[in-house]
Write a protein that binds this ligand. Sequence first.
Ligand SMILES: Cc1ncc(COP(=O)(O)O)c(C=O)c1O
Length: 407
Amino acid sequence: MSFKELWESILKCSFEAQEVIKPYVHVTPVNLSATLSRICGADVFLKYENLQKTGSFKVRGALYKVSKLGRSVKGVVTASAGNHAQGVAYAASSLGLPSVVVMPESASTPKVQATEGYGAEVILYGKVYDDAYQKALEIREARGYEFIHAFNDVEVIGGQGTIGLEIINQISDFDIVIVPVGGGGLISGIASAIKAKKPQVKVIGVEPEAAPKMLLSLSSGKPISIEPKPTIADGLVAKTPGEITFEVVSNLVDEIVTVSEEEISEAIYITLERQKTLVEGAGAVGVAALISGKANVKGKKVVAVLSGGNIDLTILNKVLIRGLVKVGRIVKISGYVPDAPGYMTRILQIIAHHRGNVLDIAHDRSDLKAPAWHAKITILFETPGPSSTSEILRKLKDEGFNFINES
Ligand SMILES: Cc1ncc(COP(=O)(O)O)c(C=O)c1O
């Protein structure tokens, strides 16, 4: 099949998918972000696929794929520990089919429960994705179910492409669209729709530095396998792009940029604080590319796709603490203090007086750098902001306590 034929068949699927999936999905909003627009010197719009059914765009491709399977199909099976699992479970239940999702044994309980909640039978198998994948293929054979690939499938890609068609309906003129890249199904669908309707729009893909499979494949001229490192954008971890997605991305995507773990974390924090919306790491990479300046959008009208919001709350907790430290709302100070009654009370009174709220105190008598009969005191506290912290440090100094800000 030539690329033109492939592109045409994806587009055809996207147009058909729009109608097929309509009863089961939300038309997610696209809104201007004043904060991101100010930071980037551009008009930045966000497409809220984190508010989609099941919390990510994945239902679109899964629903369309399942709808195309024909009457003789007995059920569907897939391997995934992520959003695809929930998408397939929801799609199969919505269309009245049984589904099996195989996840590695390490899959988190909330993910297992969510997938079961959407009606799938979840089987935990093996240590890594590849083990689960092999098991899913066995189940396909044994039960005669259809396997649903997460990205390398024209109909799945076509389903994801409905996002591109939706964006075009929601805002008339825009210059750039920014899309997260895992295996490449999402960006292939969106690029196919947007380049067909608005060829002048630039399509930028974003990968984590920890898993730059598409970027490296493009520079090698063919899909190559990488060893991904752990990343907070776990939805974007794939060893290799698909043959189909690689071909679409090589032909239609203008640029791929990569973002660091720190940038992704900051993007989750800013999106929550400013937009009041929760995105997972994979869903935040577009915002990370914007705030880090990796995507050059100055003076342009841009749409960034927030592709999902299913973040593990323990990870969110870490992101928020790091974010609060970064903006100076949580600080750690330390100093040497005489190891005698009454000193700690005075220090804590000064902190409390300036509305500092203590989270943790360490009192270390074993620090050999401490002067004789002194202990090293480290205090972690919430503060209204950097000016209160400076005031606290100044007041402590006035009282003879030499503390430094360690944050
Ligand atoms: C939230 C989120 N965003 C983006 C992606 C990437 O999608 P694709 O693999 O189609 O590139 C995924 C994949 O699971 C995801 O879960």
